[in-house]
Design a binder for this molecule. Sequence first.
Ligand SMILES: *[C@@H]1O[C@H](CO)[C@@H](O)[C@H](O)[C@H]1NC(C)=O
Ligand SMILES: *[C@@H]1O[C@H](CO)[C@@H](O)[C@H](O)[C@H]1NC(C)=O
Ligand SMILES: *[C@@H]1O[C@H](CO)[C@@H](O)[C@H](O)[C@H]1NC(C)=O
Length: 275
Amino acid sequence: MDAAPLLALLLAAVSLSAAAAGDGAHPGYSDEGTCTVDAAGAGVGSGPELRRLEERRPGRIIDITHAYVPDLLAFAPGAVTGPLVHLKESMANGSEYNLSELRLECHMGTHVDAPGHMNQGHFAAGLDVDTLDLDVLNGPALLVDVPRDTNITAEAMEFLNIPRGVRRVLFRTLNTDRKLMWRKGGDMSYVGFTEDGAQWLVDNTDIKLVGIDSLSVAAFEHLISAHVVFFKTPDIIPVEGLKLDNIETGIYMLHCLPLRLVGAEGAPTRCILIK
Ligand SMILES: *[C@@H]1O[C@H](CO)[C@@H](O)[C@H](O)[C@H]1NC(C)=O
Ligand SMILES: *[C@@H]1O[C@H](CO)[C@@H](O)[C@H](O)[C@H]1NC(C)=O
Ligand SMILES: *[C@@H]1O[C@H](CO)[C@@H](O)[C@H](O)[C@H]1NC(C)=O
């Protein structure tokens, strides 16, 4: 089905006034522990002030990717993540260069799942993150607010009333209000899809990209079952761990570009919205 006319309709229906967020660095990030370059450090002098922008030209390009910091939220309670970026060679220790290495579980931070994540047949068939369809990962997307008193159940999906033809939806939930992605891991009361919510999406919508503001698209009590529903056919892409704070609901151009990790069932991805 051609999504264009439907999206035009939605455009008319949804308020698209400028996004609400300010223009500075996100207040959720402290400067401590990030792999930042010290502007006052050796050789840099009084260079330009470093700013980690969450929006470029406020409201126009919105970064919905969480920064990879050493205390990045990990899924399992008590899981230790950092340091993610580690200096292997360091000028401070006499090397002629600085050289960092990256250590990262593939399902940390903002990331995509490949169908092989919870479907052995797809994994065996080689459906890794490198086979995900960039056409699904890039295009018009709808940001919706899920009612805050519920997981994403069949009832909640029905209530959201997302029209046929919409292929990419970012579901903002209570997780954003609770700032769960800004905390250390272990809170399994996050909101996600229940099995019947996932089934309702598969049966009644054309959604192929399912974005969510928690590390898992599935509520903890439905962790396996909801994923299994999504991965029954390999054409639905969950994009997890999105940063959806302070953005107006509505339609944006979404761009997600996962790393081409051959053989992996998950990969970090940079995702941005463009108005
Ligand atoms: C190189 O790494 C050191 C830490 O060993 C740091 O102080 C310095 O700013 C880095 N230099 C550059 C050019 O990144
Ligand atoms: C430099 O070497 C010291 C001593 O071996 C070590 O404790 C420190 O972590 C090193 N720093 C970096 C940036 O590699
Ligand atoms: C969502 O489900 C989780 C269990 O997976 C539960 O702890 C939580 O309270 C539910 N949230 C809401 C808003 O119903």
